[in-house]
Design a protein around this ligand. Sequence first.
Ligand code: HEM
Length: 341
Amino acid sequence: MKSWFYFLLFLYLIIVSVIVDGDGDGGDGDDEDRPTKGRGGLERNFYRTSCPKAESLIRDITWNRVKNDANLGARLLRIHYHDCFVKGCDGSILLDTAGNEKSEKEARSNLSLLGFEIIDEIKTEVEKECPGVVSCADIVALAARDTVSYPFQKSMWDVFTGRRDGRISLESDANVHLPSPFANFTSLLQLFASKNLDINDLVALSGAHTIGVAHCGSFSRRLYNFTGKGDIDPSLDPIYGEQLKKICPLPINGAITLDMDPQSSLSFDNDYFNMLTKKKGLFISDAALLTDRRSARIVRQLQSPKSFFRAFAISMINMGAIEVLTGTNGEIRKNCRVVNP
Ligand code: HEM
């Protein structure tokens, strides 16, 4: 009787631990208070036997490149995000147009993406090491993490791997699935929810705007005649607005870019949230995070660097798992720019 009791207790504890863990794989290894949303079948070090050197090779190439071009972190991080939001993290952003329909790359929001040639370079080296094994989608996810992590000389978040590459890439999909910099809070939240991301992810991931640049056209609407009275967007700090006007005078020159975090645009830190609370977020979509009580509270929490790094790491795992192709779905592309014949 007693042994039955212990057996049932044991069974109960196992069931509870699986439910708490979510995916039943023994935990994340990242001691966070907010659990990740599962990994869509991805694994830690998926290529451990099929291509053991893949991850270190990718890190070495990216670190070597980012050493000479500090802008690369922002570029590759944005490619990864734009990949994941359109048809999942399946490398579809890398495909060049083939045939009549334009590929994702040619969508308006993607025209400013840079850094594709680094992905090509990595792919070439990885193919030499292990032909046909490592997906372009995983290369993007790892390279984004590694370039951003370079200044810290350690991985800033876990990248689970095993993604396979998609065969479809359409400009029309990118037009629908990428949020606009003019979006309000409700539509941002809805779009993120459609990717299984929540309000914590929305706020934490927006913190990526602590690095990189933006073109004047992405926010100049806020500077000129915003409410029809010749004014600046009232949700933007007026002095900052005047400074932005000097950088982006009328008529707007589509080629001018400026740092999103002028104090430290190359440094991956939590300045974004400090800027935001001072009404210095660049896009309407940034300022929108202060228009909701819950997200404004998260913004304040992420003004602590430790909280931001932890939250960002969790949300990157969540983002990296969006609609991934695993197992026998998709393919391992030979060339990241074209689907296999
Ligand atoms: C919340 C919705 C988001 C909107 C509306 C948005 C919009 C934009 C826009 C308009 C730009 C500047 C494009 C240009 O003018 O050249 C930009 C840049 C950037 N975004 Fe976002 N973004 C969002 C979320 C994210 C997320 C989730 C990430 C990554 C996790 C991210 C990473 C970046 C980076 C790193 C840059 C700078 C790229 C560079 O310097 O080349 N963004 N974003």
